[in-house]
Design a protein around this ligand. Structure first.
Ligand code: FCB
Length: 438
């Protein structure tokens, strides 16, 4: 491992901030979605979440105790631009000033992600990612952020997991804004790619020394059976999930399985607009996808049950560190960029015990095995430069609400009280050992 290997933690705005109506923040599509009956487990919402908007100082102190060198977080677009475009919200901008300054004072490098799914509702009303203009809205937002924070922030990611919010948000409708339509999904894919390219150019020209990338959830796709329909479905899903963003952004073309379908939304020069030079590949990885044909789905495929013998995490995702090692090697070879793992971790039903401690041996075992797989990939030649645990705090896990605890730090959602779990101590020690401090 390189001496400058980065150990970090990641979070996202909607999942932790709360304060959704405070200090001038506008509504996001997730506020709206959470307000719709039946969308989120237990009717949970991000209204309060971890109250990070107020407790960010405590959270930065928790990270300092972990000894992480970097923190990846996202900005809530509707907090800084309540209507998505137009007038900026001074109080929203000032919040991220405070956060960034606290991180720097604690010796933690801020990694700023522009978009982790909380589109301003005002922009969804204008068509959201299904309209081409969305790329220009995003570029203007990126310019504002780059001008404001570029003196202190050098690491920028454009999008977190564009495959998730386009496929689930516009294709199958399980995520905000809840649209279930194949054409909407394909348009959104193309416009998000254009937005990525435009934002890369804007940040590059505004922030001297900026280091840029996008964050992709790249996971092996396994057909549920050898039946031709399942194999075909897995191929199409692989193109949509793994290829639809990195391929045009880094190789200049859409994956063959969807290339023709993407043509109607393209204008001459689009692929050059999308393929702008970036500095690294951001990888989020949890588990392989098991996929079967599903003619009832707008994208023609659906999730299948994984082989029953595989161990699973609390949320039901399989534990397969070998797949992580292979993914690191595949992605490095295919795209030829240094890789930063910007999310990996697991949920478990963690509880504070009678002594006030939270013992989470399964998470420690998981992290040990995945970090072990990462070390193997590096030994086999993968250029991996960092690893960020998902996530610092138990938080609002999208449609699962608060039922899934992914944090290194336990959060009591009634009081907001934070309790570092045993895995937090384990991670802190691992980082110290890796740095050779002990
Ligand atoms: C990823 C998301 C992140 C979190 C983890 C568990 O897909 O980027 O916000 O939900 O999964």
């Amino acid at each position: 491992m390189r001496g400058d290997f980065v150990w970090g933690v990641s979070t996202s705005s909607y999942q932790i901030e709360g304060a959704v109506r405070d200090d001038g923040r506008g509504p996001s599509i997730w506020d709206t979605f959470c307000g719709q009956e039946g969308r989120i487990a237990n009717g949970d919402t991000g209204d309060v979440a971890c109250d990070h908007y107020r407790r960010y100082g405590e959270d930065v102190a928790l990270m300092r105790d972990l000894g992480v060198g970097a923190y990846r977080f996202s900005l809530a677009w509707p907090r800084v631009l309540p209507d998505g475009t137009g007038a900026a919200n001074a109080m929203g901008l000032a919040f991220y000033d405070r956060l960034i300054d606290a991180l720097l004072a604690a010796g933690i490098a801020p990694w700023l992600c522009l978009y982790h799914w909380d589109l301003p509702q005002a922009l969804e009303r204008r068509g959201g990612w299904t309209v081409r203009e969305s790329a220009a809205w995003f570029a203007d937002y990126a310019a504002l952020v780059a001008r404001r924070y570029g003196d202190r922030v050098k690491r920028f990611a454009t999008f977190n997991e564009p495959a998730v919010f386009t496929l689930f948000g516009y294709g199958v409708g399980g995520h905000a804004p809840g649209i279930r339509n194949r054409e909407a999904c394909l348009k959104a894919i193309h416009h998000v790619n254009l937005a990525h390219g435009a934002a890369v150019d804007v940040i590059r020209s505004t922030v001297p020394g900026a280091s840029l990338g996008a964050i992709h959830n790249y996971q092996p796709v396994v057909a549920a059976s050898d039946a031709p329909a399942d194999r075909k479905a897995a191929q199409v899903f692989d193109a949509l999930w793994n290829g639809a963003f990195p391929d045009p952004q880094l190789l200049g073309h859409y994956p063959p399985a969807i290339a023709d379908e993407m043509l109607p939304w393209q204008q001459p020069g689009d692929l050059e607009r999308i393929r702008r030079p970036v500095d690294w590949f951001g990888l989020n990885h949890y588990a392989p996808h098991y996929i079967k044909a599903d003619s009832g789905s707008p994208i023609g495929c659906g999730s299948a049950d994984p082989p029953p013998h595989l161990p699973r995490t609390g949320i039901g995702w399989t534990i397969e560190p070998d797949a992580f090692r292979e993914t690191l090697l595949t992605v490095g070879k295919r795209y030829g960029l240094p890789v930063y793992v910007l999310e990996n971790g697991m949920s478990a039903p963690d509880r504070v015990d009678a002594t006030g401690a939270v013992d989470d041996p399964d998470r420690i075992a998981y992290l040990r095995s995945y970090i072990g797989a990462l070390r193997e990939a590096v030994a086999a030649g993968a250029d991996v430069r960092g690893y960020f645990v998902w996530t610092l705090l138990d938080n609002f896990e999208w449609t699962w609400g608060y039922s899934q605890r992914f944090g290194l730090v336990h959060v009591d959602f009634a009081s907001g009280r934070r309790t570092p779990k045993a895995s937090a101590r384990w991670y802190a020690e691992m980082i110290r050992d890796a740095r050779g401090v002990r």
